[in-house]
Structures are given as C-alpha cells and as structure tokens.
Write a protein that binds this ligand. Structure first.
Ligand code: SAH
Length: 355
C-alpha cells in the first residue's frame, strides 16, 4: 500500500484545518531557514508539537554525500523510509549557481542499453514528497555550508533537471505535483526546470492537453533518429516512434514554442553505433523538419556495458556537421564521473551504502 503523503497525513490529523494552513506549511518546507517543525512559527505551538510527533519533517531517513575531486559535483544517496535508496546530484553551473539532478523512481523499467540505472530494473516509483525533498535536501546542504566549505554557503539552486534515476513520465502524477509545489514555493521558474524523458508517447500526448501540467522545459532522449538504431539502444522504442514523435513535437512547439521555449533532443555519443556521418545526417533532417530544437550531445559515461565513448574528434565532426546545417547543438560537459554521478551512472544496490 502506498504510504500517505504529508498532505494526507496532515489532513487526517487536523481534519478541520483550513487549506491556508497547508499552504503556510508547504511554504515553510522550502524556507531555507526553517529546519524542523518547531521552526514553523506561523503555526500554533500545540499543532507544531503534534506534527513533530506524527509526521517526519523530511521523507528520507539517512543520507550520504560524495564529493567529486574538483568539488564541482556532489552526489547524495538518500535512504527512504522503506530503506530503498535513491541518488540525487548537485552540480555547479556556469553562473556559479547550482543545478540539481533529481530522480523520479528507484531504478527504471526502460532498460536503455547504455544506462546503469536500467540494469536495476524498476524497484518502485517515488512519491511526490520523495521527489520534492531532493530539492529540500540540497537546499539544506547548501545552507548549512555543508562539510565546512564556505563557498557553498547561501548558494542558490537555479536549475533542476529530471535526469537522475527513473523515467519521470512513468510517474506522471507525482512529478506533476512536485513541479507545482516547487513553482509555488521556491524561486524556480518553469524555464529553469527540465524534464528529461525517454519519450513515453501516450504520456507526452496527455501533458499537451493537461491544463495542470506546468510549462517546464522538455528534453527527449533521442539517441538516434534512425528507428533501427534507436530500438537497439532504447528497447521501449518501436518503428513508428520517430514519425509519432515528430507529430507530437510539432504540436508541442505550436503550443509552447516561442523565444523562451524549445525542445531538447539528448543524444549519447557511442563509438561506431550512432556517431557516423549517416547518423548526423538523419538527425539533421529530423531536427530541420521541426525547428526550435536544441541538440545536446552527451559523451557516453562509463557503465557496465559493451559501449565505448565516441572519440573527441568524432564528437567534434558530428557537432560540426549539425552546426553547418543550421542545427543548434552543444556538447554536454561531463561532471562527477569520478564519483559515478554523471548521466546514466546512477545505480544503487540494495542494502549497501555505496555504489
Ligand atoms: N529516463 C529519463 C532520464 C534519464 S537520465 C530519460 O530517458 O531521459 C538523463 C540522460 O542521460 C538521458 O538522456 C539518458 O539517456 C542519458 N544517459 C543514460 N546513460 C548514460 C550514459 N552512460 N552516458 C551518458 N548519458 C547517459
């Protein structure tokens, strides 16, 4: 049985309380100076005492943080109430602010051939509280000037990416609740949040007509514009995926495409698999038929798989091909690979504290 959310627990404890109390509370959860129930001074004291007895302040019960050697990336393993573990990452971004990478599931059912999380299979989806608390975890970490590094103190979380463990669109309602909660209670704006998806077409369709789905940025993990190669890399893909994605992307860009909105295609660079001139051309044709697409090339990060990272000159050649054909393309910087915190390296083994 799914455990009750914080909101459901609060409503059960205080059935006659008005919704504005819950709003005050939700705000307090994201207030960097409030560290526990006692600190929520807008609530009457007896209520705070009761809440402290009944509802945990955060949804993780333990945490372990690893720092990359150059201290621009931190990875946390959070242990949840049922002892399942999930990983989340904090990365310095170029404006000396921080981007957090959050997980939406423990494990993942998608089994992408090159991804470590896929090897775990799906263990379970996270609740909205567990997803949103990854932000609260890093907020507290930064605020406490954690591990004595003053340069982290007071630093801001400026961006969130759903590029941790799991497939966010396979946990749609919890992700949506999380997005709405962050947008109402933090200084994050919708264009600073990116939901990365393998491309679950029925759910992509659903979000287009869901008035409650916030206008956050979307990134599609394409990895190949050629149906056969894509199916080899992403087993959930099928022959009609590319034409159907194209149809969807046109609708998405019609609804949301403007100067501030584009769609991102992520593309992991795998030596001799999807990095040839033929693949560059196929990708270019797809992108050019859509417009307002940014391509993000991701150098493959080592996992226990048969793949090799494309050589630097191959990545450069691929990028130049796209650029000369008018495609907006960048190569994603690899961060945190020394602590297995880079894209696709997140994997937790049950019962062990370390990867
Ligand atoms: N399920 C979501 C989030 C996955 S992680 C999705 O599929 O988009 C974010 C990105 O990292 C995805 O594009 C994913 O395909 C990519 N990725 C996975 N394993 C990788 C690896 N070993 N090296 C580089 N990128 C990887």
């Amino acid at each position: 049985m799914t455990p009750l959310s914080r909101f459901e627990q609060f409503s059960a404890l205080f059935p006659n309380e008005k919704l504005f109390r819950w709003k005050q509370l939700s705000h307090a959860f994201f207030d960097p100076v409030v560290k526990n129930w006692q600190g929520v001074t807008v609530l009457p004291k007896p209520m705070r005492e009761e809440l402290a007895k009944q509802i945990p302040w955060v949804s993780y019960r333990d945490s372990k943080v690893f720092s990359s050697a150059n201290e621009d990336t931190y990875k946390a393993i959070l242990t949840l109430a049922d002892k399942k573990q999930v990983e989340t990452v904090l990365m310095a971004n170029k404006r000396d602010q921080w981007t957090i990478c959050v997980s939406s599931q423990v494990g993942c059912a998608m089994k992408c051939a090159f991804c470590a999380t896929g090897k775990m299979g799906l263990i379970r989806s996270l609740s909205a509280d567990e997803i949103m608390d990854q932000y609260r975890f890093w907020r507290a970490f930064l605020n406490e000037g954690a591990i004595g590094e003053s340069r982290l103190q007071g630093a801001r979380i400026s961006n969130v990416v759903f590029m941790g463990m799991g497939e966010p669109l396979a946990n749609y309602e919890a992700v949506k609740t999380t997005l709405k909660t962050w947008l109402s209670n933090t200084d994050l704006g919708p264009t600073h949040i990116t939901v990365s998806t393998v491309g679950v077409l029925p759910i992509l369709e659903k979000l287009l007509s869901d008035p409650e789905w916030p206008a956050v940025r979307m990134a599609i993990s394409l990895h190949s514009a050629d149906p056969k190669t894509r199916h080899e890399l992403v087993p959930s893909s099928h022959d009609l995926f590319i034409p159907q994605l194209k149809k969807w992307a046109k609708k998405y860009l019609k609804n949301l495409g403007n100067r501030r909105h584009h769609l991102t295609f992520e593309y992991v660079m795998l030596q001799n698999v999807n990095d040839t001139d033929h693949h560059a051309e196929t990708l270019t044709n797809l992108v050019r038929s859509l417009g307002q697409i940014k391509v993000n090339l991701i150098p493959y990060n080592f996992t226990d798989s048969e793949f090799q990272r494309s050589a630097d000159d191959r990545i450069e050649r691929f990028k130049t091909f796209l650029e000369t054909h008018g495609v907006d393309v960048m190569v994603r910087r690899t961060m945190g690979d020394d602590i297995a915190a880079a894209c696709g390296q997140l994997i937790t083994k049950e019962g062990s504290g370390r990867v």
